[in-house]
Design a protein around this ligand. Sequence first.
Ligand code: HEM
Length: 154
Amino acid sequence: MGLTRSPSCTHTTSISSAAASPSSNPSRRRRRRCYDNLFTADPALRNLFRGDMREQGAKLMQMIGAAVSLLDQPELLSSALRKLGARHAGYGVAEPHYASVGGALLRTLQAGLGESFTVEVRNAWVALYDFVSRSMIDAARAEATSAASALRYV
Ligand code: HEM
């Protein structure tokens, strides 16, 4: 999991800027703040990211949007999140990383939205992140268990 260039933190920056203003690009200052939030809390995370971070951020926002629009189709939603969770295990993402990203996400939203980040808005983000990340973690665990049992027969 090497890193060849300095990462920014689009996983959380893009959520914050989209929530604040859907058409605006993340400012350099906000990206830096998020970078500080996430990588200060968990410096090991910087080694995981290597792709185009803007593109990753856009994909994350699409995924969150898709999750919300699929809330009334739980089977489709669950299947999409399980696949996403399995892919994340392949990127080297481990369970504790979800808490780090969740914490950085909330701090970045708070900083970006200010007074608009009410208790209700915060609770809604916590509930959504909790649901999405738990689905992804469960899938990664199931994948690891089935890989371990397959290895017993090799
Ligand atoms: C709510 C939780 C999360 C969501 C919805 C999410 C969503 C996404 C999406 C949509 C992608 C694009 C690639 C794909 O679809 O497979 C992606 C990539 C990625 N995510 Fe996440 N993610 C989440 C949590 C995390 C966490 C906790 C980490 C750990 C730091 C992480 C690290 C990564 C990495 C390393 C990539 C690949 C980036 C690259 O190759 O540069 N993600 N994520």
